[in-house]
Every structure is written in C-alpha cells, then in structure tokens.
Design a protein around this ligand. Structure first.
Ligand code: SF4
Length: 397
C-alpha cells in the first residue's frame, strides 16, 4: 500500500551493460572487452528501449518503481546521455515511482572521473557503486585491474566532489596472489575506504569460478588460494573495523551507515519482482498463484540486440519457479540479512506451509547448536555463525 491506501507492488529494474575495458581473470559475469570508441552506445540504448517495449505487458498495473540498477560489465563506460535515455524510458514505462527512487550505476575507476560523475547526476543517477577491489598495487595487478590504489580512492572522492551523496566502494578479500592479504591488511583496506566518507561498502570473498582464467589456473594447481582460516579471519576483521566506524553489517557482504543500505539489493533479498533488461539480464515476475516466471536473456550482445530489434528477446533460459522454489530462495537470501526473515510471513505470501516436519527439525538442530536465532517464526543467523551461512541455508532446504 502507498500512503494514500492504494495497493502498490514494488518493482526493481536491472539493466545489464556488457562491456569492460578488459576482462578480469576472476570474473564470470557476462562482460566483453571493448574500448569506449568501439561500443555502439546509441544502439545498445535503443535495444534496451526496444526490449522494454516488448516486456511492457508484464509490468503490473499496480507496480511502483523502487529502483533502477545499471550493472555489468562496466556501465560507467556507457555514454551518460545514452544511459539516461534508457533510464527515462524505464521511468515512463512504469505506472508510478517512489519519491525516493534509487538509481545506481556500477562504476570502474578506470572509466570514471568527476566529469563523468556530474554527467551521470544530470541524467538522474543518484547512487554509484565503485569497484575498488584492493588498495595494494600487487594484489590489484594479480586481480588484473587497470587502476592503482590511488585511482580507486580518487574515484570515490571524485563522485563525492561531483555531488553524489550515496557512494559505495567494493572490495575483495581473501586474495592470496600478488602480496598475500592478511586479515589485518583486509581490515586496514576497509578502514582506508571508509575514511573517504563513503556510507556503504561491499566486501566480497574472492571466489574461483569455472570458465574464468582463475578457474583454469586453479584446475591446474597454479593459482595461489587463501586458506579458509584466512578468509574467515578476514571476514570478521572487516566486520570489526566497520562496525567500530558505525556501519551495520546488514547483509553478509554489505555494510552501511544506517539508512544507506542499497535498496535495490534489499529488494532482491526480500523477494521483490524485478524486470531484467539487456543481454544476460535476469528478470523475475510473480504470478497470482504464488509461482513466478524467470527469464534470462542471451548473453551475447549481438544475438541479444538482433532478437529485440526483430521483436522477440533471444532467451538463454525461461522457467516457472514453483512456490516452494521461491520459498527456498527467500530463505537463502533472507538469511544473508542481519535481520533474517519471518518464515511464516514468507510462506503466507507464497501460499505454502514453510514448516514441514523436516524443516522444523533442522531449525531446532541449528538453534540448539547456536547457529540460528529463532523468535517465533523469525529466523536469523547467529552473528558468530555468519561466515557459515551457506551451510545453514542448505540444511533448511
Ligand atoms: S570490470 Fe567487473 S564486470 Fe568487467 S571484467 Fe572486471 S570484474 Fe568483470
């Protein structure tokens, strides 16, 4: 319901921009190397707008646009005018929007400066998330990044000088290549990022994905990998450093000064509908019977654009998620949040009974071993067990 008592349904929109200046060796996102002058900025915006037109019928009449997120890839490479044109079309396509609409662009320090930040602000962007990844030159080189430590910090400052009040920095911990990172070094890095004045920070443990350069090196036994102990120690060292600075650890990989949480991601974690536009984009729209339709666009930009201009998005996958599958997803995502989730409420929203005898038994076991805190139907992972969240979630499926 909105403030006037009208029924509304929060809608998130994700736009994927698939180009980066260089492919990072650990990255398994749909991203392709291209310099700015080789990208057809106008055509990609046209494709997004064409796809929006094709999907307009799936936007519910009671939808309220809560957030638009431009991810990638490196959307800070996209001409701001073209990104702005796509944004304008999205805003026009949804019946209403929240007064505090969040519009985020993921940025890479190597394609972001104060001028670009101002141009984004002019287009209606009000939040940037900047991939710093590390503040150590050797680790940055190992991660294949094009910027140096000063470049990362300068990008955060440039965003703030341009007038952004919502700036987030991304860091990766558990990096063993280059100069191996200790937990003290991880905590020192988040401190230095926080000192710039950012009010949101994401810290991800490095994961090795198959199909990436790192995956291949790992398969051959040639990739230095941090031990679990170093990763867990770094996780808690980062938590300690940031909570001492007034950040809340509101999601496993995310910290914010209270009130500065990423609303877009909070929407995902709480099960909101999202429209996905662009190559490789995923969208999920609920249906009246508790199921949802999920689509994934083809990851190849050329095939994607050809499809939408011909009148039908080229899909990589489409599936109907049953209410039980959606419940499992809500458990998985909800338990990543510090506040956890109300299982009875999630079950009610999806029309399924979440308290099967097996799940009740698992909840009791996890509570008895102090890994899960249970208050009525509300579950949350105990603070000291947060590094084990994946295993806890699996036990509840
Ligand atoms: S900049 Fe980001 S999206 Fe692009 S290749 Fe590197 S990690 Fe992947």
């Amino acid at each position: 319901m909105d403030l006037s008592g009208n029924s509304v349904r929060s809608l998130l929109v994700y736009v994927h921009f698939p180009y980066c200046l260089k492919k990072c060796p650990y990255c398994d996102f749909a991203s392709y190397p291209a310099t700015a002058d080789r990208i057809d900025h106008v055509r990609y915006a046209d494709a997004i707008i064409a796809e929006l037109g094709l999907r307009a019928g799936s936007i519910p009449a009671d939808a309220e646009l809560a957030s638009v997120f431009f991810g990638g890839g490196t959307p800070s490479l996209w001409e701001p005018k073209e990104l702005g044109r796509a944004l304008k079309a999205i805003r026009a396509a949804v019946p209403r929007e929240r007064g505090d609409l969040e519009v985020t662009v993921e940025c890479n320090p190597s394609s972001f400066d104060e001028r670009r930040a101002s141009a984004m602000l002019d287009q209606g962007v009000n939040r940037v998330s900047i991939g710093i990844q590390s503040l150590d030159s050797e680790r940055l080189a190992f991660l294949g990044r094009l910027h140096d430590a000063d470049g990362g910090l300068e990008a955060l400052r440039a965003a703030m000088r341009a007038g952004f009040t919502r700036v987030s920095g991304d860091l990766i911990f558990g990096v063993q290549g280059g100069r191996p990172q200790t937990s003290q070094a991880a905590s020192c890095e988040v401190d230095r990022v926080a000192e710039t004045g950012v009010r949101h920070l994401s810290a991800y443990g490095l994961t090795i994905e198959s199909g990436t350069q790192f995956g291949e090196l790992h398969r051959k036994g040639r990739l230095p990998v941090a031990t679990d102990d170093v990763v867990v120690d770094s996780f808690f060292a980062i938590e300690e450093a940031l909570t001492a600075r007034g950040f809340s650890h509101y999601e496993i990989s995310n910290y914010a000064v209270p009130g500065e949480e990423a609303r877009h991601n909070l929407g995902y974690w709480r099960g909101a509908d999202y429209l996905g536009l662009g190559c490789a984009a995923v969208g999920t729209m609920s249906r009246a019977d508790g199921t949802a339709l999920r689509h994934k666009n083809h990851p190849d930009p050329g095939r994607y654009m050809k499809g939408v201009f011909a009148g039908a998005p080229t899909l990589a996958e489409e599936e109907v998620l049953s209410a039980e599958m959606r419940l499992q997803e809500r458990i998985m995502l909800g338990l990543r949040l510090e506040r956890g989730l109300d299982l009875a409420e999630a079950g009610r929203a999806l029309g399924v009974d979440p308290f099967t005898p097996e799940r009740r038994a698992a909840i009791d076991r996890l509570a008895a071993s102090n890994r899960l805190l249970v208050e009525g139907s509300h579950l949350r992972v105990a603070p000291q067990a947060r590094a084990l969240t994946d295993g806890i979630v699996a036990a509840l499926f």
